[in-house]
Design a protein around this ligand. Structure first.
Ligand SMILES: *Cc1c(COP(=O)(O)O)cnc(C)c1O
Length: 360
């Protein structure tokens, strides 16, 4: 058996050290005589796992005390509906920024509950840039402003945090969470599905300022109500215990490896190297305006799409897996989250160079 460099956009690679430790603890977690999977979520053992994971996440992200951290299910997609249900309050409108496929999905779901004001869009560029903040048409009466800091499919990423004044800023950070430091205090709420950069699928993180909790519409299902989950410390019902446990080990791994400051430096270096290989090749191309290129998801096309299948087949032989691009963009996409080692990017860049020389 040998492990490949897995460039999947999600579920994605996890740190090998974490998977090894999980396998060692699989049958018997620290003398409990059972796997974490088999434990009651209300028992002492799991409660210790859960609270340590939250404490480590708070340390890693420097989450201020007036924010709740919720460990939920349903993916980021479920939050697309939960956000308007919980945060509209007495208001009828919300502001949304449209920078790609995930923005659009959030907008479509919000439209079921409120008037959506699209304050800025990069759709006319084919989502290859980020709208200048000076051009946004914000509504001071909006319940909140929602945006997607990193568009996982287009590979386009904000290099700034918008200042929306008193209107709470909400961000879908599914594919950029933990990739570098983030000033949580600038946001009303941030959320992420775990399967990109946190842990296994099935867990969704919601980090929300306490004063925004408690205004859910009457029709909000209990399972989508932030107050119910916050009051129950995310144990209103059975939480995704095993995913929570693995996420906790990922947080520990990050703390042991220098935290988000160190991660940010590595991620910047990895993406710089890959973009340089694309730009210098005359064979590969990435359409995104340089300033807004994603550090996490790097789409690229070959000189001739007819070579795509051959590229993928040869890459697979080198242990470079899951490079096929999203069907809406075509070409390739290399997702290089925290757990992708620098050696994986180096191997990819070497292979790309060889392939271009042989086929250019
Ligand atoms: C993957 C992704 C989603 C969807 O996540 P699910 O957990 O599958 O619902 C939403 N937003 C962004 C930015 C993503 O990358």
């Amino acid at each position: 058996m040998s492990r490949v460099f897995n460039f999947s956009a999600g579920p994605a690679m996890l740190p090998e050290a974490v998977i090894k430790k999980a396998s060692e603890e699989m049958l018997d977690w620290r003398g409990e005589g059972m796997s974490v999977m088999e434990m009651s979520h209300r028992g002492k053992a799991f409660m210790s796992i859960a609270s340590k994971a939250e404490a480590d996440l708070r340390t890693l992200m420097a989450i201020p005390d007036n924010y709740k951290v919720l460990f939920l299910q349903g993916g980021a997609s479920q939050q697309f509906g939960a956000i308007p249900l919980n945060l509209l309050g007495n208001k009828k409108t919300a502001d949304y920024v449209n920078t790609g496929m995930w923005s659009k999905k959030a907008i479509a779901e919000a439209k079921r509950y409120c008037d959506v004001n699209v304050v800025a869009s990069s759709e006319d560029t084919g989502f290859t840039t980020i709208p200048d903040f000076s051009d946004w048409t914000l509504n001071p009466d909006a319940a909140y402003v929602h945006y997607t800091p990193n568009e996982t499919i287009g590979g386009v990423e904000f290099d700034y945090i918008p200042d929306t004044g008193d209107v709470p800023l909400i961000a879908d950070i599914s594919s950029t969470i933990l990739s570098r430091p983030l000033d949580v205090s600038k946001f009303g709420m941030i959320y992420a599905g775990a399967q990109k950069n946190v842990g296994p699928a099935g867990l969704t993180l919601v980090i929300i300022r306490e004063d925004l909790i408690g205004y859910a519409a009457d029709i909000t299902p209990a399972m989508l109500n932030y107050k119910i989950h916050a009051d129950a410390d995310s144990m209103y019902n059975t939480p995704p215990t095993y995913s929570w446990y693995i996420a906790g080990m990922v947080f520990e791994w990050l703390l042991d490896n220098g935290g988000l400051e160190a991660m940010g430096k590595i991620n910047k270096a990895k993406s710089d190297k890959l973009y340089a290989a694309i730009d210098d090749s005359g064979f590969y191309a990435n359409p995104v305006q340089k300033r807004y290129r994603s550090w996490m998801n790097v789409p690229f096309t070959l000189k001739d799409a007819a070579m795509d299948a051959d590229f993928l087949a040869q890459a697979a032989k080198k242990g470079l897996a899951t490079l096929k691009g999203h069907r809406s963009v075509g070409g390739m996409r290399a997702s290089i989250y925290n757990a992708m080692p620098e050696a994986g990017v180096n191997t990819l860049v070497e292979f790309m160079d060889e392939f271009a020389k042989a086929n250019g």
